[in-house]
Each structure stands twice: as structure tokens, then as C-alpha cells.
Design a binder for this molecule. Structure first.
Ligand SMILES: [Zn+2]
Length: 301
């Protein structure tokens, strides 16, 4: 539907897509970018029904969210879509595949006693196919371009040659993103050329900074992107710093799991640690060791 909205310049379709997107983001998406809590219908149930242990959050659904987020991003270049693309790519979709690439998750529970393990194969092998095509096409999600603009949506090692401002231009980006936010970009037009670089500053990053050839650039963002328009020369450099401060993320109080868990849980919020675009997981605090989950007080809303 988003593609059709773009092809036909149909604002009514775009508005419908935005309505569906906003509903999803406000009430139906896991903090990992996972979608769909229910195995019975492989889909949605009711608002804020986001259980951890029984989360279905099929790998295919996260892959689909990556696809959709990119289409929405291309409708109006709003960084909120790229933020979700990143979240679903790194945390909802790729985690479905083992590091060896030989086994995979179909469902992705956010809480486990160790019982669920990745499949070698599944009677319904949709997820492995979808992850395979996503991995094979992941370069297509990093940047997009028009005649006079190159937009960076993700970082992590990019080498692309495009015609920008009418001039063949090689642009390289070097970083350890998403593990480190130090981004180094080199711009090499075949001859001096006028065009714009758009650099995504993720929504999770509060103190980004940028320099061109060592000179600071004012951090004025347009829908989450820093636009740098100038006459580019061969060898120009851009340094973008995206500090990744570890942060706590608390569950929405409407989450059903909290309501069912009674008074003890009501005093504490479900808590996740994030750093940059990555979401963390680890062993639960051990009551025997004197570590209580409600050491982390629920924030006032
Ligand atoms: Zn699937």
C-alpha cells in the first residue's frame, strides 16, 4: 500500500498507512521491533497485549516491518521510520538467525527458561527464507539517493558510487556501527559538485555532533536528518559522532503482563537496557543473591 501511495502519489493511501503505522507503534510493537504476540492467529490481539515469555513475534513479522519501514521512509524521509527500520533489523529480524547462519528462530520470546532453541528446519520454513532475502539485500537499506542528495539511513561500512549533482561521486563510510557511533565519511566526486548529504541522527541519540573537514556543522535536524549542502571536492571528509550512552527503557504500564503479575510487579516496571540501536538481554536477577527487580523504581508518568 505504501508503494502504491508513492507510485500514484495518493495521499489518502499514505494517510491510511500512517494511521496503521501509528497504531502499531503506540500499542502493538515489542521493544525489540517484534510484532504479533499470539501464536493462535500468528498476529495481533488487543492493544498492549505484549507478553514476554509467550511472545510469538515471528521472525517474518520483523522482516516485514523492515520492508514496511523502508517504504514509509521513502514516502517522506522521516527518520522515525528509519529508527524503526534499524530496531527491527538489528533486534527483531537478524536475531532470528544464529551467528553461524545454520539455525533460526521462528518465534522470538523475550523471556526464556532456556527451553526454546533455534530450529535447523521447520515444517513451515517461511522465516529462514525471509531472513535469507533480507540479509542478501541488506545493503539496500543503508542509503538512498536522488539526483542531488545522498541519504544515509544506517552506517557500518558503505562504499557506493552515485551520480550526484551530475557528477560521478564515490562515497565511503567507515565505522563499527552499531557497536560504536564514530562515523567517518569520505566524499570523492570526479569533479567539484553541488549536492546534499543527509545523515540520519537516530532518535535514541541525544548529543550528536558533526564536522566537515574538521569544522563543526550546526546540528539542525530535519525529521531526524542532518542536511549538509555544499560544493563537494575530492577528499572532503565528514565526521559524525553518535554517542551511545547505555539507558534504561521501561515497559508501558498498560502491559498486560504487569497487570496480571499483581502487586509486586506493580511496584516495578519491566526494564530493558539499550545502547544505541541495540537491545540487551541477560539472566534475570536472582532473589537468592538479594537482587530484586524492584530495585529499579517505576518512573512517574
Ligand atoms: Zn516465518
Amino acid at each position: 500500500m505504501a508503494d502504491l501511495a508513492a507510485l500514484q502519489n495518493d495521499k489518502t493511501l499514505q494517510t491510511a498507512c500512517e494511521t496503521l503505522w501509528n497504531d502499531l507503534m503506540l500499542t502493538k510493537v515489542y521493544v525489540t521491533g517484534g510484532l504479533g504476540p499470539s501464536a493462535s492467529n500468528e498476529g495481533f490481539t488487543r492493544d498492549y497485549d505484549l507478553p514476554n515469555a509467550t511472545a510469538y513475534a515471528e521472525t517474518c513479522a520483523a522482516v516485514a516491518l523492515v520492508f514496511w519501514a523502508q517504504r514509509m521512509l521513502h514516502l517522506d524521509m522521516d527518520g522515525r521510520y528509519a529508527d524503526m527500520l534499524e530496531l527491527a533489523l538489528f533486534n527483531g529480524a537478524l536475531v532470528g538467525l544464529s551467528r553461524e547462519g545454520t539455525t533460526y528462530f521462528y518465534a522470538n520470546p523475550l523471556e526464556s527458561d532456556g527451553t526454546p532453541t533455534r530450529w535447523h528446519w521447520h515444517d513451515c520454513p517461511c522465516c529462514t527464507m525471509n531472513v535469507s532475502r533480507l540479509v542478501a539485500s541488506v545493503a539496500g537499506y543503508m542509503v538512498s539517493a536522488s539526483d542531488d542528495t545522498l541519504a544515509f539511513h544506517l552506517y557500518g561500512g558503505i562504499d557506493t558510487t552515485r551520480t550526484l549533482g551530475g557528477v560521478a561521486t564515490r562515497v565511503t563510510e567507515v565505522s563499527r556501527y552499531p557497536f560504536d557511533g564514530a562515523i567517518a565519511i569520505t566524499v570523492d566526486p570526479a569533479s567539484p559538485a553541488d549536492f546534499t548529504l543527509m545523515l540520519r541522527v537516530p532518535g535514541w541519540c541525544g548529543k550528536a555532533s558533526a564536522m566537515v573537514n574538521g569544522a563543526a556543522v550546526p546540528m539542525v535536524l530535519d525529521k531526524g536528518y542532518l542536511r549538509i549542502t555544499r560544493r563537494w571536492q575530492a577528499g572532503d571528509t565528514v565526521a559524525l559522532s553518535l554517542p551511545m550512552r547505555p539507558e534504561r527503557v521501561y515497559a508501558h504500564p498498560c502491559g498486560d503482563q504487569q497487570r496480571r503479575s499483581g502487586r509486586a510487579a506493580a511496584r516495578a516496571a519491566r526494564l530493558l537496557r539499550r545502547r544505541g540501536g541495540s537491545r540487551g538481554c541477560g539472566p534475570a536477577p536472582s532473589p537468592a543473591a538479594g537482587r530484586r527487580i524492584d530495585r529499579h523504581p517505576k518512573p512517574a508518568l
